[in-house]
Design a protein around this ligand. Sequence first.
Ligand SMILES: N[C@@H](CCC(=O)N[C@@H](CS)C(=O)NCC(=O)O)C(=O)O
Length: 219
Amino acid sequence: MTLAVYGHPFSSYTQKVLIALYENATPFEFRNVGPDTPEHSADWRARWPIAKFPLLVDGDRNVAETSIIIEYLHLNYPGPVRLLPDDPGAALEVRFLDRFFDLHVMDAAQHAVNGALTGAPVKRAEGIALSQKKLERAYAWLEGELAGHIWAAGDSYTLADCAASSALFYADWVHEISSDYPTLRAYRSRLLTRPSFARAVEEARYFRPYFPLGAPDRD
Ligand SMILES: N[C@@H](CCC(=O)N[C@@H](CS)C(=O)NCC(=O)O)C(=O)O
């Protein structure tokens, strides 16, 4: 039975799951949720009425929420790259960092994007200000946390790095990671050299003009 993923290549959370699939060369069918494929949108909404993507489909099972999807892949479709450590204490740290990148980086960046999408200048400015405040706090914490680490949780590439990749990619577009945070900047660059994420970034390049704040000319 082939796995299927409903999502969009430019969506940060979709990329988080694509990275995990690419890391282990797990076969799957990508079902783009977009205006050209209304049948996918209808099917996705029927399977997951909360209407957030990505959604993983495995036979008659629908698996939502990116962290859960990646844990599901880890349990049911394991590969050479172990995205969760076997040690429960180490796995807890990885889960914590995964939550940090989703909640305090990706979701923090989303305020600016949502504000810009309204088309109202005041909401755009408010969204940018809120994102900047939250991201600055997150960057400062990460700068200390990542010291001496190759990947988020240490020497091994994990679920937390899947979350960090697109979160830091887009957060930097919203509020550039300044030279005050050399460790964090180097980590973001390292993530971009990982073939799984580099592939996801290339697959989404076409959509950059749609970034509502204007995609910067880097990456
Ligand atoms: N906590 C969810 C977040 C998923 C999410 O917010 N996805 C965005 C795309 S990046 C989405 O579905 N946006 C469409 C919408 O909110 O209407 C997860 O980890 O899967």
